[in-house]
Design a protein around this ligand. Structure first.
Ligand code: F6R
Length: 352
């Protein structure tokens, strides 16, 4: 059941501390200072990784791919429906990673099967034990989020992000102690966001907006896309997410005083350029909601602040996304949408 929550989505958002503890269980090894994923024994550092995924899982893959590149591994990330092995160089030296919560998404399965035929090594990162993706790939890593009933992917996205972060280090043998420590702090930090978030008040203020924009840079660009996807799928309102630098290449034309902009503003190397982008939208009158771990520093540039705890630069997107999930949930709730079963969507999409 829904354990007293009005919707599975809210229940699953609140299950994230537990889901992340499960995802982490036994994998970071303090003593050795390494990350071990037992089910991947024998899988070695790949020369080249292709990620294939759809929807929310694609956003997790975009985030994960960046963590691999940071370790010097060449990556490409594909929407699974666009993965055409006849026109994309892929061979036995490529590890093709299917990121799929359900393990049953037709586009992703097709891409993985094509990779198998070429002779590439294949790995699925999935939530469902014994799913089709797990059966059809050489390796499988489980994200251990527990069953997700709500159509909108929430806890599985957080668990995918954490799983891919661990995978990037497990395959390269390079995890600093700061990385492991910060990983292990995430469940409690997610809990503190759930306990203190003002997302419902922000949702109330902007429930009548014409559209919602989400911007972020670098590691935070994928959660801008995810924030927008979640918003449109459960509220049925127009929402768009961009890597912030793209705004001035067209989308700024849509920004008005009726389009709140959610800006991922962690106090990291992206902050200065992000503030430049915030000024661009502010001068069009757009209300700004800053998602930040340094509210004292950056909060004054915004109309509202959604605070996240201080974390390793690489993990801010995992925490920021929790706030975005809550905003979407509360906007949809105020609009009395069918949150757990939004129109025109299925939990797993088994047609190409
Ligand atoms: C969004 C959502 C979809 C799925 C997509 C892939 O909330 O649920 O975008 O993420 O259909 O599904 P999986 O991960 O099962 O392959």
């Amino acid at each position: 059941g829904k354990s007293g929550y009005d919707h599975y989505m809210l229940k699953e958002i609140n299950e994230q501390p537990h889901a992340l503890r499960e995802c982490l269980r036994g994998r970071p090894r303090e003593l050795e200072g390494s990350i071990e994923i037992d089910e991947l024994e024998g899988l070695e550092r790949p020369a080249h990784v292709h990620f294939v995924a759809c929807g929310t899982s694609y956003h997790a893959a975009l985030y994960g791919a960046r963590l691999f590149r940071e370790q010097g591994i060449r990556t490409n990330t594909f929407l699974a429906s666009e993965y055409d092995v006849d026109s994309i160089p892929v061979d036995e030296t490529t590890l093709v990673v299917g990121v799929t919560q359900s393990g049953e998404t037709a586009d992703t399965l097709r891409a993985l099967r094509a990779a198998n035929r070429i002779g590439a090594e294949t790995l699925s990162v999935t939530n469902v034990v014994g799913c089709s993706a797990a059966r059809e790939t050489d390796y499988v890593m489980y994200i251990r989020a527990g069953p997700e009933i709500g159509v909108a992917a929430t806890k599985t996205f957080a668990s995918q992000q954490v799983a891919l972060a661990m995978l990037s280090r497990a395959l390269t043998g390079a995890s600093s102690s700061g990385f492991i420590e910060a990983l292990r702090a995430l469940p409690d930090q997610v809990q503190s966001i759930l306990d203190t978030s003002h997302a419902a008040a922000v949702a109330d203020e902007y429930v009548d907006a014409d559209a919602y924009f989400f911007i972020g840079r670098g590691y935070n660009a994928p959660v801008a896309l995810e924030g927008a996807l979640k918003m449109k799928e459960i509220t049925y309102k127009h929402a768009e997410g961009f890597p912030a630098g793209e705004l001035k290449h067209g989308p700024l034309a849509l920004v008005t005083d009726r389009t709140p902009v959610f800006a991922m503003l962690p106090g990291d190397s992206t902050a200065e350029k992000m503030l430049g982008n915030v000024r661009e939208v502010e001068s069009r009158g757009a209300p700004i909601v800053a998602v930040t771990d340094v509210p004292a520093q950056l909060g004054s540039h915004a109309d509202h602040v959604l605070e996240i705890p201080d974390t390793h630069e690489l993990f801010a997107p995992i925490l920021s996304n929790i706030q975005l999930q809550l905003v979407s949930y509360w906007v949809a709730n105020r609009l009395e949408r069918s949150i757990d079963k939004p129109r025109n969507l299925a939990k797993s999409v088994t047609v190409e």
